[in-house]
Design a protein around this ligand. Structure first.
Ligand code: PEP
Ligand code: MG
Length: 679
């Protein structure tokens, strides 16, 4: 038995046999004499031809045609024929002959200048990789029985090519909690450990492995009794999850908890998510691991299947987020020094508009029959949204010309770049919802590549900078009356939930495997927030007095009522965000006049752009005074603010004169709400 320390990307417990995927480059090729090499080449070609032929009946007609085209290319005189001749003429090994043949075929294809023909080069390279894999015995095999995937490093396609039910867990040397492999593991609900202190090379195929995501360790070939205990624990965990799933399906929360999925394989596990809808469909599964883009019909069928699996719930489909670590062979994105900062997400969609429009047509058609919404990733500019809306309109026109049923669904955007946070107010005017992709937002805010693994001490998922980005985003969205979802891994992190709810996020979209746990956490946090809001005394935050004599928590700051008038209990405030206590404990005051006072001595922390709200800070205490319900819409009209951000104020100092008559005349309720944000 051996035990290795590892870092945890996806927690959980699992036990199963190892399936080791090694990189082809690691193999050493023993070169033979030319006749032997020629024979080995012929055998490898025959083997690859057999495998391609065996696949064709499983695929759609279009994919079968592509497989046939590959088989023809494989046997082409210029390729396999040329490699065989090179073995004879230049006494090359089969591997070297293949590489040389590939180079000359690709050179010829490039000379054609025709984009389609040039793209066939990727096909030739794929064939060479497979043939070299067969010749060296180093190709990546796919598991055929339930196992724990072990590798030095995995790409998303290594995981998504494997039948999902067969993956019990994942262990790699290189990895990170926000990598796409980690996201896929989360979707599958299996543990993912990485950063083994001892190399994964020491694990052999078939070794019995125990992955303990709590302790952060991998046990190799444990003693029989420990193995049996681990198997029992897995069964118990499965049962526990099923019970929790059933309970979670029933627990209603104010904050919606929806599912994130990366492919149709997760649809079968959706019943547990009943009623919640699907907050993120990563549509890349349709675009990766293939030789050409999926057709409109193929996409339509996939989207319709997802919409129907959601059984009436909302389904948010993200348009193809290709580029960076999700390169589609058929999409000729030129090589980039740093692809994460290059042509990815919406940028790639706008660069390859035909492909984008095809996806939009399929989405508009699928929307005709279901609650589908469209969302675009990696936004940094307002004009990208204008162009997306234009493309949607063009797609609609094309469908109208073909007399096909369609509906233009709501458009939302992912907030996953600091740029989109900073221009969120402008973006919010153009779209119907925001969804914060915290995996990428963290990557770009903290300047930490999500695939890196050497910056652990900086890679804090609860980094304050990210929460502040979220706060800005929520403020901008709610200012425009649009909702905000968290769809990155942060939403599935129980340690982050209370903070996210206090910031006012409307929805968490989490991997199917985490739905039950997060629904329960959200229900508990919401109950806690409501209880503290309902409690009398300091927790109820009397407006004019400090804690009553004899009561606990005397450390709570004394708060002066920021306006004169009638007190309204929190639950009667006619605004759900305040009444539910999600922003913090509050009280309403129906003001008799428009003079607003500082509730505490300290500094003015923020003055809202729309001048209707001011927050004050003193040490650990932060109090928000919000004048009127929904008055952000007045854009400053009626609010004469007397202080500036950063200014020192004394309790009771006049900080604003609000024109109550004007506020009422414009149809708004002037209730002053005082919120204890912190302290
Ligand atoms: C994210 O970036 O948080 C996100 C949800 O998108 P992805 O992980 O697919 O990049
Ligand atoms: Mg992202």
């Amino acid at each position: 038995m051996r035990k290795m320390k590892a870092k945890v990307a996806q927690s959980g417990f699992s036990a199963g046999p190892a399936f080791v995927c090694r990189r082809a480059e690691a193999a050493i090729y023993q070169q033979g004499i030319p006749p032997v090499e020629a024979e080995r080449l012929a055998a490898a070609v025959a083997e690859l031809d057999r495998r391609l032929g065996a696949q064709s009946h499983l695929k759609s007609r279009q994919e079968a045609e592509l497989v046939e085209a590959e088989r023809m290319l494989l046997h082409a005189e210029e390729y396999a024929g040329r490699a065989a001749a090179l073995i004879e003429e230049e006494q090359l090994s089969a591997v070297d002959a293949l590489k040389k043949a590939e180079a000359s075929v690709c050179e010829g294809l490039s000379a054609s200048g025709n984009a389609y023909i040039m793209e066939r080069c990727a096909d030739v390279k794929g064939l060479t990789a497979h043939l070299i894999g067969i010749l060296t015995g180093s190709e990546r095999k796919l598991p055929e029985a339930p196992c724990i995937l072990v590798s030095d490093e995995l790409s998303p396609s290594d995981v998504s090519l494997t039948e999902p039910g067969l993956i019990l867990g994942i262990v790699t040397e290189k990895g990170s909690p926000t990598s796409h492999v980690s996201v896929l593991a989360g979707n599958l609900g299996v543990p993912y450990l990485y950063g083994l202190k001892t190399p994964a090379e020491e694990i052999r195929d078939g070794d019995r492995l125990i992955l303990d995501g709590k302790k952060g360790c991998v046990v190799i070939n444990p003693p029989e009794d420990a193995w049996e205990a681990a198997e029992e624990r897995m069964e118990a965990a499965l049962e526990e999850r099923q019970t929790a799933d059933a309970a979670a399906a029933l627990s209603a929360t104010k904050t919606r908890v929806t599912a994130s999925i990366s492919g149709p394989m997760e649809l079968d596990r959706l019943p547990a998510a009943k009623g919640g809808g699907i907050g993120l469909v990563r549509s890349e599964f349709l675009f990766l691991n293939r030789k050409s883009a999926p057709s409109e019909e193929e996409q339509l069928a996939a989207y319709e299947r997802i919409v129907s699996a959601a059984a009436g719930g909302d389904v948010v489909i993200r348009t193809m987020d290709l580029g960076s670590d999700k390169q589609a062979e058929w999409l000729p994105i030129p090589g980039e020094p740093n692809p994460a900062l290059g042509m990815r997400g919406l940028r790639a969609s706008l660069a390859y508009r035909e492909v984008f429009r095809t996806q939009l047509r399929a989405l508009l058609r699928a929307a005709a029959a279901g609650n589908l919404k469209i969302m675009v990733p990696m936004v940094t500019e307002v004009w990208e949204i204008d162009e997306t809306l234009e493309e949607i309109n063009k797609a609609a026109e094309e469908l109208a010309q073909r007399a096909l049923p369609y509906r233009i669904p709501e458009l939302g955007i992912m907030i996953e770049t600091p740029a989109s946070v900073m221009i969120a107010p402008e973006l919010a005017e153009k779209v119907s919802f925001f969804s914060i992709g915290t995996n990428d937002l963290m990557q770009y805010t903290l300047a930490i590549d999500r695939e890196t693994q050497n910056l652990d001490e900086y890679c804090n998922p609860l980094n304050e900078a990210v929460f502040r980005m979220i706060a800005l985003t929520v403020e901008a969205a709610h200012g425009q009356g649009i909702p905000v979802t968290i769809c990155g891994e942060l939403g599935g992190n129980p340690a982050a939930i209370e903070r996210l709810l206090r910031l006012g996020v409307d929805e968490l979209s989490v991997s199917v495997g985490k739905l039950a746990q997060i629904r329960k956490t959200v229900a508990d946090v919401e109950a806690g927030l409501n209880a503290s809001a309902a409690a009398p005394g300091p927790a109820g935050m009397p407006a004019e007095t400090g804690p009553a004599a004899g009561q606990a928590a005397p450390e709570r700051a004394h708060i002066k009522a920021p306006a004169d008038g009638e007190l309204i209990p929190m639950e009667e405030i006619p605004d759900e965000a305040f009444a539910s206590g999600l922003l913090g404990t509050c009280l309403g005051i129906l003001p008799t006049d428009g003079t607003i006072y500082a509730p505490i001595s300290g500094t003015v922390k923020t003055v809202a752009k729309a001048r209707h709200a001011i927050s004050f800070a003193n040490g650990d205490t932060e109090i928000l005074v919000h004048v009127g319900i929904d008055t952000v819409r007045l854009n400053g009209e009626g609010f004469a603010v007397k202080v500036e951000e950063g200014q020192r104020v004394e309790e009771g100092q006049i900080v604003m004169e609000a024109d109550l008559a004007l506020i009422r005349e414009k149809g708004f309720n002037p209730m002053v709400i005082v919120v204890r944000i912190k302290g």
